[in-house]
Write a new protein. Structure first.
Length: 345
């Protein structure tokens, strides 16, 4: 079992200074690197201050000069927002600059808010089609002299410039949920990223079953790796764990509001949620968060992650975006490295 950190700048108030948020993100990434974590992942989002990440490759290139050992992953780039030639070249350049540490995660995207602004009329089906066309195209571009005549992109013979350090190419990860996405990833020899979001461990098991079924369908392909992404808080007491659950309750209410795309947004910030808004979503309640997310003192966290290891997961990614203060994130991450990770050495 490998451990990684999944992180963005997150902001729900105009009073939070964005440069300070970036500095705090870097500080947490340095703790992960020095603490022996395997990788750092950061995603792509546009026009929203909830998770600030307009180009993950920029962040990863910066992190390459501030860290020594961690792999550096896009978790994830949004396929419909990239032309294959552009993604192949920029990812290859990032692989060169990072010294061959790049992991390239790709997804179809999740927020209609972003589709409306960058590709009006886009829906999940069209985004998924672009992802399925993009992945084999960038692999071919990295090999060179590739012409493409697809449904979404057409271009004459082209070679990625530059080409990546890692050969035959950086590891590619696909964010998967439904069986078709798992089957596509496995058929392409791609690793798989999954997240149960607010759901419990039954969803974690179900996601693994979908992955196993895809692997069984393509026995001629070497089994890829699979990573589970989970909100995590390592507490110093039960009272501290309850506070973490309450904070994640609020985080998920904002996440759900962004996903529904119905509330007013000004300056990249969603209209403040009222106590009534929060109470209207019991599936995000503090009780649900305490049960479903990885929240608790170190022995409880170890037991939960051991169960994921037993399911067959290769990597556990500590999703630190939570609405918590920097001090609380830092303390939790340090406890995770000191008290949890050694149990898996």
């Amino acid at each position: 079992m490998k451990f990684s950190l999944f992180i963005h700048m997150e902001r729900v108030s105009a009073e939070e200074d964005q440069k300070q948020l970036y500095d705090e993100m870097i500080a947490l990434c340095r703790i992960a690197d020095e603490g022996g974590m395997h990788a750092i992942w950061t995603g792509e989002h546009h026009g929203m201050n909830f998770t600030i990440a307009p180009n993950p490759l920029l962040n990863l290139v910066d992190l390459a000069h501030r860290t020594k050992n961690v792999r550096l992953g896009t978790g994830t780039v949004i396929a419909p927002f990239w032309h294959p030639i552009r993604l192949a070249g920029e990812a290859a350049m990032a692989d060169i600059i990072t010294g061959g540490r790049l992991e390239l995660g790709i997804a179809r995207g999740a927020y209609n808010f972003e589709y409306e602004r960058l590709m009006p009329g886009m829906d999940a089906w069209g985004a998924g089609g672009r992802m399925r066309e993009l992945v084999p195209a960038i692999k071919a571009l990295w090999q060179g002299d590739y012409a493409h005549d697809g449904e979404y992109w057409k271009f004459p013979k082209t070679t990625s410039a530059p080409q990546p350090v890692q050969q035959p190419h950086p590891p590619i990860w696909v964010a998967a949920r439904d069986p078709n996405s798992h089957e596509f990833a496995v058929s392409q020899g791609c690793n798989v990223q999954v997240t149960p979001l607010h759901l419990g461990d039954e969803e974690v098991q179900s996601l693994m079953e979908r992955f196993n079924a895809a692997c069984a369908k393509f026995p001629e392909i070497a089994r890829p790796r699979i990573m589970v992404l989970r909100h995590t808080y390592v507490a110093d007491s039960e009272a501290d764990a309850q506070q973490g659950a309450e904070e994640l309750n609020m985080f998920y209410n904002y996440f759900g509001a962004w996903f529904k795309n119905e509330r007013p947004i000004s300056m990249g910030l969603i209209e403040t949620l009222t106590p009534e808004d929060v109470a209207a979503h019991p599936f995000y309640s503090a009780e649900a968060m305490r049960k479903n997310q990885i929240i608790g003192e170190a022995p409880e966290v170890i037991e939960r992650i051991k169960s994921y290891e037993a399911m067959g997961y290769d990597e556990f990614s500590f999703w630190i975006d939570s609405g918590m203060s920097f001090a609380r994130k830092k303390a939790s991450l340090e406890r995770f490295i000191r008290d949890v990770m050694p149990a898996f050495a």
